[in-house]
Design a protein around this ligand. Structure first.
Ligand SMILES: [Zn+2]
Length: 118
């Protein structure tokens, strides 16, 4: 579940900032037959040695890069639209579970379908 916000949301359980929802962009030196672009991955044709090179290959913010072993070329980078986060409330499913247990213990919460079952 992605969440769009002008400000960074924080995990309701542990307080950590919730990660940006980014898309991995693979940089290919030449056109290849690849899987079509998706919400989490796409590829571009080009060569990148710097973050600025990556920025020229994207219309979004470049938030991280992955370099080749020789450290000269960038293999891929993550682009971000400036407003999408991985979740609205929790940084991980573990933190969501902790909050779920706490809610059940403190308020005896349950889903309506379970509560109404005889
Ligand atoms: Zn958390």
């Amino acid at each position: 579940m992605t969440f769009k916000s002008a400000t960074q949301p924080f995990c309701r359980t542990c307080g950590k900032p919730i990660r940006k929802y980014t898309r991995r962009v693979w940089i290919e030196k030449e056109e290849k037959h690849r899987a079509p672009a998706s919400s989490f991955s796409r590829y571009v044709v080009g060569v990148a040695r710097t973050r600025e090179d990556c920025a020229r290959l994207s219309s979004m913010q470049v938030v991280s890069v992955t370099r080749a072993h020789d450290k000269e070329f960038i293999l891929s980078f993550n682009e971000w639209d400036g407003e999408s986060y991985a979740d609205e409330f929790f940084c991980t499913s573990s933190c969501a579970a902790v909050m779920g247990y706490a809610a059940c213990e403190k308020y005896n919460l349950s889903m309506p379908a379970w509560r109404n079952r005889k």
